[in-house]
Design a protein around this ligand. Structure first.
Ligand code: PMT
Length: 222
């Protein structure tokens, strides 16, 4: 992009999965590769933003023009996001944060036992919902991975979490969602904004999403 509309602004992006320890050698996680979040961070930096990328464990390299803060668990991601929040103008939550963690983390490797075993899970804190409560001037962009009624659930997350936009991701569609190079999403916002982006490389999609959101926000100020 020739223009740098985000110059002078700080953008915080979260990406990747989180890891919730069961014992020193086992954890709960999901299939997020970080590609979509890293693409969002690169797009923000290329539009001129000072960009902080808070990422769970992934095997891809961070773009050279962003500051990487690596984290592992949902709790670590929560703390890192809260530390960056007050100086940010835009927060983009692409990370697939675990909704549950084991209630007890065993300090030793768990031993095999006869028959079935149980792990009791408890909820993690919802980072996006907490940002929705705390936000002052920040623009809050969430993602939503859904397998059915994608736009319906995205609209309810928009309201419930007090976000400005939700990028709804149908993760059952071919070439879309976790781990893929491409993605198809619907951008949902207030005033019935509902824009579909079909089957684009994640880097191209990230730039189009940010440019569209900036245009919608500018039009609103006019
Ligand atoms: O990383 P890739 O392989 O490229 O895959 C991209 C993706 C599918 C992970 C991404 O496009 C995506 O959809 N990310 C959101 C996944 C998700 O966790 O959706 P959710 O509906 O469970 O959560 C909704 C929103 O709340 C998200 O912005 C999430 O970051 C946030 N959340 C969820 C739980 C929690 N404890 N804290 C949160 O902040």
């Amino acid at each position: 992009p020739k223009e740098l509309p985000l110059k002078g602004q700080k953008v915080v992006v979260t990406a990747g999965p989180t890891r919730e320890l069961i014992d020193p050698v086992r954890f709960l996680t999901n299939f997020s590769s970080g590609k979509m979040g890293y693409a969002m961070a690169e797009a923000a930096a290329n539009l001129g933003a000072e960009t902080v990328l808070i990422s769970g464990p992934v095997s891809i390299d961070a773009p050279s023009n962003v500051t990487l803060i690596p984290v592992e668990s949902a709790k670590e991601m929560y703390d890192a996001v809260m530390e960056q929040f007050y100086t940010a103008s835009i927060v983009i939550k692409t990370a697939a944060v675990a909704d549950y963690k084991p209630k007890e983390v065993h300090s030793q490797k768990m031993k095999k036992q006869q028959g079935d075993s149980m792990i009791v899970l408890e909820r993690t804190s919802d980072i996006l919902a907490e940002l929705g409560k705390r936000k002052t001037n920040q623009l809050l962009i969430g993602f939503a991975a859904e397998t059915n009624d994608v736009v319906h659930y995205a609209k309810s997350k928009l309201e419930k979490k007090n976000a400005d936009y939700i990028v709804a991701n149908d993760v059952t569609e071919a070439g879309s969602g976790f781990g893929t190079e491409t993605n198809s999403v619907t951008l949902v916002g207030k005033d019935d904004v509902e824009l579909h982006f079909a089957h684009l490389p994640k880097k191209e999609l990230a730039l189009q999403l940010l440019q569209t959101i900036l245009k919608l926000e500018n039009d609103e100020l006019k």
